[in-house]
Design a protein around this ligand. Structure first.
Ligand SMILES: Cc1cc2nc3c(=O)[nH]c(=O)nc-3n(C[C@H](O)[C@H](O)[C@H](O)COP(=O)(O)OP(=O)(O)OC[C@H]3O[C@@H](n4cnc5c(N)ncnc54)[C@H](O)[C@@H]3O)c2cc1C
Length: 415
C-alpha cells in the first residue's frame, strides 16, 4: 500500500472508530488499521452486551470529578465533545439512547451490535478505508515526526497518525499493549499498566454457594486489621471466585493498594439504610409471621434464600430450627451477619480480567486541546491508551468518544 493518507488510525476500538469517522467527516482521506478480522471486539463485550455507552452526567464539574485528580485534563475535550454532544451524535446516527440508574446510558435496543453498526456506517459515510486482519508492528520517526507505520502488509505513510490501540486488559480482544511499547521506544512516557477496574477473589469457600447472586444498594467496607478504610455503596455480584459488579470494580484499585501492605477483609452490609436495632425489628416481624415455619423457609423474605442459608450457617443456626424455638441470641447473631458479613480477600483477578487498565501514556505528553503529542507534531492519541482513572458507569467509553472525536478533528485539521 503506497498511498499517502491524510490520517492513519491504528486500532479499531471505539476510540479509533470515532477518530477515523470524525476525521473523514472533515474531508480527510483516512485509513483505519485493525489487527482483528473485525473492529470493536472489546466494544462488543461492554455492559454485558448492552453497552453502557456513556454516563449522562451533563454537569462538567461533577463529570470531571469522577475521573479523580487527572479529570482536570478532560475539561478541554469534554467542552468540545462531552456526554451531551455524544448523546446527540449517536441519536443523529439513528441510535436512540435511554438512561438507567446512576445515569448509565444504554442504547434503547440494549444491543452493543447496534453501537458498532452505527460507528461502522459513520466511517463508511466518510469513505474511511478499513483494513482488518493486519497487525501494525511499529512506527518509524525522524525530526519530531512519525514517518512510517510498519505493518504486516507493507508500510504506510500518513500526514497524521492517531494511536488508539487501547490498554492491556482482556488481551484476547486485541488490546495487548502494543501502543505502550511503541510509545516507550520513541521516548514518550508510559506509566506501568496495572489492573484498575477488576474483580476481587475471596478466600471464604462459601462464596461459591452464592455464585450468581446480585445485590442492589448494599454497602461494602474495606478493613485492614482494625483500621477501617474505604466504604462504598451500590450493586455487586457474587461469582464462583469472589465478587464483581460496579461496587467491587470501583473499590478494586484501593483494595489492590491495601493488599500491598497486608491482608484485607471486606464487610458486606446488606441493609445499609437500617441500623442494627431497626433491622432487628424487621427480622422480628418476618419471624413472627412465619413462627410455625423452619427458619430456612423464612430467611428468603430478608435475603436471597441461598445467601440466607450461608448466613444461618455462619451464625451457627441449624436451618431446620422452627422459628418459635429460635433464641434471641440466634436472632441477633443472624442480624449482625446481615449488617457485617466478613469476607477475606485473597487477591485481585489479573490485569487480563480487568475492565480497564490503569497506567498508560502519561497525560503530560498530550495537548488536550487537540489530543496531539507534545513530542511528535503528527501523532495524536485517543482512548484507553491514555492514563486516566475512572469508575465503572460509562466513563471509560466517554473518554474514547471524546478523545477520539477531538483527535479526529485535530488530525484532519490544517496542522
Ligand atoms: C468486559 C468489559 C466490559 C466493559 N463495559 C464497559 C461499559 O459498559 N462502559 C464503558 O464505558 N466501558 C466499558 N468497558 C471498557 C471499554 O471497553 C474500553 O474503555 C474501550 O473498549 C477502550 O477503547 P479503545 O478504543 O481505547 O481500545 P480497545 O477497545 O482496546 O481497542 C483497541 C483496538 O486496537 C487494536 N490493536 C491493538 N494493537 C494493534 C496493532 N498492533 N495493530 C492493529 N491493531 C491493533 C485492537 O485489536 C483493538 O481492536 C468494558 C471493558 C470490558 C473488558
Amino acid at each position: 500500500m503506497n498511498d499517502v493518507f491524510d490520517v492513519a488510525v491504528i486500532g479499531g476500538g471505539p476510540a479509533g472508530m470515532m477518530a477515523a469517522g470524525r476525521a473523514a467527516e472533515l474531508d480527510a482521506r483516512v485509513i483505519l488499521l485493525e489487527k482483528n478480522p473485525e473492529p470493536g471486539k472489546k466494544l462488543m463485550m461492554t455492559g454485558g452486551g448492552r453497552c453502557n455507552i456513556l454516563n449522562a452526567e451533563f454537569d462538567m464539574h461533577k463529570l470531571t470529578a469522577k475521573y479523580g485528580k487527572k479529570g482536570k485534563s478532560l475539561y478541554s475535550v469534554f467542552s468540545q465533545f462531552g456526554p451531551e454532544a455524544t448523546w446527540i451524535f449517536f441519536e443523529s446516527l439513528g441510535l436512540k439512547l435511554k438512561v438507567e440508574p446512576e445515569n448509565r446510558a444504554f442504547p434503547v435496543s440494549d444491543s452493543t451490535e447496534d453501537v458498532r453498526r452505527v460507528l461502522t456506517e459513520f466511517m463508511s459515510k466518510g469513505k474511511v478505508t478499513l483494513v482488518t486482519g493486519n497487525r501494525v508492528r511499529g512506527l518509524k520517526h525522524a525530526d519530531g515526526m512519525i514517518t512510517k507505520i510498519v505493518q504486516d502488509a507493507g508500510s504506510i505513510q500518513a500526514k497524521n497518525i492517531i494511536l488508539a490501540t487501547g490498554g492491556k486488559s482482556r488481551p484476547e480482544t486485541g488490546s495487548t499493549g502494543d501502543g505502550f511499547k511503541w510509545m516507550r521506544e520513541i521516548g514518550i512516557e508510559v506509566g506501568e499498566p496495572e489492573a484498575a477496574l477488576v474483580p476481587v477473589s475471596i478466600r471464604n469457600t462459601w462464596v461459591k454457594d452464592v455464585s450468581g447472586i446480585s445485590l442492589k444498594d448494599v454497602k461494602l467496607t474495606a478493613w485492614q486489621g482494625k483500621i477501617k478504610h474505604e466504604s462504598q455503596s451500590g450493586k455487586m455480584l457474587f461469582t464462583h471466585y469472589g465478587l464483581s459488579g460496579p461496587l467491587v470494580l470501583n473499590m478494586s484499585r484501593n483494595i489492590g493498594s491495601l493488599l500491598k501492605t497486608g491482608d484485607v477483609t471486606l464487610s458486606l452490609d446488606l441493609f445499609p439504610k437500617l441500623d442494627l436495632g431497626a433491622l432487628d425489628k424487621k427480622i422480628v416481624e418476618v419471624f413472627e409471621r412465619g413462627k410455625n415455619k423452619m427458619i430456612k423457609n423464612s430467611v428468603g423474605e430478608l435475603v436471597q434464600p441461598r445467601l440466607g442459608l450461608v448466613i444461618l450457617q455462619l451464625a451457627g443456626i441449624i436451618p431446620e430450627t422452627p422459628l418459635h424455638h429460635l433464641t434471641r441470641e440466634n436472632r441477633l447473631a443472624f442480624g449482625s451477619f446481615l449488617k457485617d458479613l466478613p469476607m477475606k480477600v485473597s487477591g485481585l483477578l489479573g490485569a487480563d480480567q480487568a475492565i480497564v487498565t490503569g497506567g498508560g501514556v502519561d497525560l503530560k505528553e498530550v495537548d488536550f486541546k487537540t489530543m496531539r503529542s507534545k513530542k511528535f507534531q503528527n501523532l495524536f492519541l485517543a482512548g484507553d491508551i491514555l492514563d486516566f482513572d475512572r469508575p465503572s458507569g460509562g466513563f471509560s467509553l466517554q473518554i474514547c468518544w471524546s478523545t477520539g472525536y477531538v483527535a479526529g478533528s485535530g488530525a484532519a485539521g490544517p496542522g
